[in-house]
Design a binder for this molecule. Structure first.
Ligand code: ASP
Length: 346
């Protein structure tokens, strides 16, 4: 009898295992990829504690977004939740921790795109919005527009019940020190002691790391992408980068892929980076890896454009190419475990 029971039990166990393997194989793919900015990120600038803190925050963002997808939630909700975590952390250049403008305040940009409908929303140069990605989402869902800027965007926020906060709440000492260093460098350039263009180029790589973004595929096969940033340290004249520009810093369409970018915004705008990657996938049948590598390494790099992107497609493939020393990044899918990395060879 015992033997029969044993046999029966193991038969049941085997069939349960078999059934769950089939279920896993049949499970619709879902995935999330995040970034926390690309640039001059080298190991020598990190204490073990600092590195641990960055990795922990990236992991928290990835896993929060993943949990939403796992429960059958929408990719738009997953990316928003992941981006909120990074916006609320002073370690990244978005929301709290945003860089300073030349006038010593913070001006934030964000955008979001729905791959299913190609609806999109963006805000640029907002000063009193705690989580700009949420306002971008409201622009997409609740307005007839795609992009709102400055005071008008904040007026719209009020109509949506979003509280306006004091700009100084974005302050951090480390970003203020970066501003002072950036101003010092530019002063020398302005006095003609060093080449202005070169100084500006160096500034970009050095002083703007920490833009955040996320792309995701949900169980319904829908893609979404979002990006949020404080832009570039010492920016002036209402400068807007690529992050709130659909096609440049953010793009998603179910026919190709979802992309969020980080890097020297002027180049990402000129080379229409996010949309170009998706176009190569859609019209040239390239994989996201091929398309991403081409644009980041073969197109941007020779032109002098530094940065990186995160990409996901409807099969759950993920790619994270960058041409800088490092990029804060992370991913998780229904078939791959949590991955978090900062430096190049990880
Ligand atoms: N792309 C952002 C901008 O130019 C900055 C960054 O990603 O680091 O505003």
């Amino acid at each position: 009898m015992k033997i029969i029971n044993k046999l029966l039990n193991s038969a049941v166990a085997t069939s349960v295992l078999f059934a769950s393997n089939i279920a896993l194989a049949k499970e619709k793919p879902f995935a999330i990829v995040i970034h926390g900015g690309a640039g001059t990120i080298s190991k020598k600038n990190f204490t073990p504690e600092k590195e641990k803190a960055y990795r922990a925050k990236l992991q928290e963002a990835v896993e929060t977004g993943y949990a939403i997808l796992d429960k059958g939630g929408e990719s738009l909700d997953a990316i928003s939740a992941a981006i909120n975590i990074l916006e609320n952390s002073p370690m990244f250049n978005a929301g709290k921790g945003a860089v300073y403008t030349h006038n010593e305040i913070h001006e934030l940009d964000a955008s979001i795109m729905d791959g299913k409908t190609r609806q999109a929303g963006a805000v640029a140069g907002v000063r009193r919005i705690e989580n700009p990605i949420n306002l971008a989402r409201l622009v997409m869902d609740e307005s007839v527009h795609v992009m709102l800027s400055g005071d008008g965007a904040e007026e719209f926020a009020k109509t949506q019940g979003i509280p306006l906060i004091n700009n100084s709440l974005f302050d951090t000492d480390s970003r203020y020190e970066s501003l002072l260093r950036a101003k010092e460098k530019m002063k020398k350039a302005e006095q003609g002691k060093v080449d202005y263009q070169a100084a500006h180029q160096a500034l970009d790589v050095e002083f703007k790391v920490g833009t955040v973004g996320a792309v995701a595929l949900d169980k319904n096969g829908n893609l979404a992408a979002g990006t949020s940033t404080g832009g570039m340290t010492n920016k002036r004249f209402g400068r807007i980068g690529d992050s709130p520009i659909i096609g440049a810093g953010t793009f998603a369409e179910n026919e190709s892929c979802a992309v969020s970018a980080t890097g020297h915004g002027e180049y990402f705008i000129r080379f229409n980076v996010a949309a170009d990657i998706c176009a190569r996938v859609k019209y040239q049948g390239k994989t996201i890896e091929q398309a991403g590598n081409e644009v980041i390494h073969d197109v941007l790099m020779p032109a002098g454009g530094t940065g990186g992107v995160i990409i996901v497609d409807t099969k759950g493939n993920m790619s994270l190419p960058f041409n800088t020393q490092g990029m804060y990044r992370g991913s998780k899918s229904n078939t791959t475990p949590t991955y978090v990395a900062i430096f190049k060879d990880e």
